[in-house]
Design a protein around this ligand. Structure first.
Ligand SMILES: Cc1cc2nc3c(=O)[nH]c(=O)nc-3n(C[C@H](O)[C@H](O)[C@H](O)COP(=O)(O)OP(=O)(O)OC[C@H]3O[C@@H](n4cnc5c(N)ncnc54)[C@H](O)[C@@H]3O)c2cc1C
Length: 367
């Protein structure tokens, strides 16, 4: 007879994998169910900037998770690199914001969250043919190379003995008296103890089909984002630049990402010529040198969008053994480590580093 795992996680993006890692290190036996291959959806498609865009314009509940994650990232990246040989390229390359009319808000935010900032030195701006409005330089902002992060996490989980079942889509559940007993999937049925739903943009849909009796279902909608990748030489750009709603991110090997779009088209994730043109024009206006380099690829991902960007982290109030960690919208890479720790601490009644209250699934948040 196979034993029933302590924790069954549905959805193998960055949130599912970090959650699996966290519960495993707290001593639990963990199984991760993923409908395709792990880490190939939003978590692969993202840019990996480890700071929300203009965090001072966003809900404080986002900043609380960001602050805690930023403290965890250097050790996490080092451990993953050491233990798997795959370097997720955590890189504190700095972020330059070219237009920041709410400079005072930004300053206050940086002071509160102890994030170093400077008014921009002439040297940093010299080569930028762009409109400047109260620019801000944040030298400690880091990036993570998310396709490598998910690859190293997958290897790390396998090394630790976490069972990862890929091509295993969860279709149905058997529930009685507010408890989930087993999951029916494309590869068979699984008895469960605790279930954690980390299905990103598919979370609402999954709950709707798997737990149709639930009155509360988080309002998470897919929000498409497209990106372009330039095949530039190393040191063409050395820092992240945010200009208006778009950004450039330089990877260590020289490649430069231009992102992103924000589109509401349901679960459709085709790339479009219009987005390519917008991102291409943005990139060349900001860094004309990019005209010397080919566009290597264009892709789209589906962010798990919520109205405020605040994720749902905690127990489903109607089921004694179902929890959710989803809805990280534009900031799942930067909020991921803290979100996973928060859920693990909550379910094992340990003290939490972050106040759990703003992330709970309540009737008010589901309106
Ligand atoms: C263009 C773009 C740029 C971004 N840039 C940044 C950035 O710079 N910084 C940042 O912090 N964040 C960024 N993000 C956001 C970030 O990528 C997401 O918030 C994060 O990846 C969400 O992770 P997730 O694990 O919840 O979702 P996903 O990565 O989408 O994972 C969910 C998983 O659940 C699986 N699943 C769904 N249904 C089922 C089922 N029924 N059974 C089994 N498995 C199922 C899916 O196949 C998928 O693998 C960006 C996103 C995009 C698209």
């Amino acid at each position: 007879m196979t034993t029933v795992p302590d924790i069954t996680i549905i959805g193998g993006g960055i949130i599912g994998m970090l959650t699996a890692r966290e519960f495993h290190s707290a001593g639990a036996q963990v199984v991760l169910l993923e409908k395709q291959l792990v880490g190939q959806e939003s978590s692969w498609a993202g840019g990996g900037i480890l700071l929300p865009l203009y965090p001072w314009r966003q809900d404080v509940a986002i900043s609380a998770l960001v602050k805690h994650s930023l403290a965890l990232y250097p050790d996490l990246a080092l451990a993953l690199h050491t233990e798997t040989g795959i370097d997720p390229e955590w890189n504190p390359c700095g972020l330059l914001i070219t237009q920041n009319p709410d400079y005072e808000l930004a300053q206050a935010w940086c002071e509160t969250y102890q994030m170093p900032y400077q008014t921009v030195a002439e040297a940093l701006l010299a080569s930028l043919p762009t409109v400047l409005n109260k620019p801000l330089w944040m030298p400690s902002v880091a990036q993570i190379r998310n396709p490598r992060l998910v690859k190293s996490l997958r290897q790390d989980l396998l090394n630790k003995g976490v069972r990862i079942l890929e091509h295993c889509e969860v279709h149905e559940a058997i529930t009685t008296q507010h408890r989930l007993h087993s999951l029916t999937t494309s590869t068979g049925s699984f008895a469960v103890n605790e279930v954690i739903i980390t299905a990103g943009a598919w979370t609402h849909k999954l709950l709707h089909t798997v737990l149709p009796s639930a009155q509360l279902n988080p309002t998470i909608q897919p929000v498409k984002g497209q990106m372009l990748l330039f095949d530039a030489k190393p040191d063409t750009l050395t820092k992240i630049i945010l200009a208006g709603e778009h950004y450039l991110i330089p990877r260590r090997d020289g490649k430069i990402l231009a992102g992103s779009t924000v589109e509401h088209h349901g679960f459709e994730k085709h790339t479009t010529d219009a987005a390519k043109q917008t991102l291409y024009n943005f990139a060349l206006n900001l860094l004309p040198e990019l005209c010397n380099y080919p566009v290597l690829s264009q892709w789209a991902g589906l962010r798990p969008g919520t109205n405020t960007g605040v994720p749902y982290i905690g127990r489903h109030p109607e089921f004694s053994n179902v929890s959710i960690n989803a809805g990280h919208f534009r900031n799942g890479l930067v909020m991921g480590p803290a979100s996973a720790q928060l859920l693990s601490a909550m379910l094992s009644n340990r003290p939490t580093q972050v106040n759990p209250e703003p992330y709970q699934l309540t009737a008010q948040r589901c309106l």
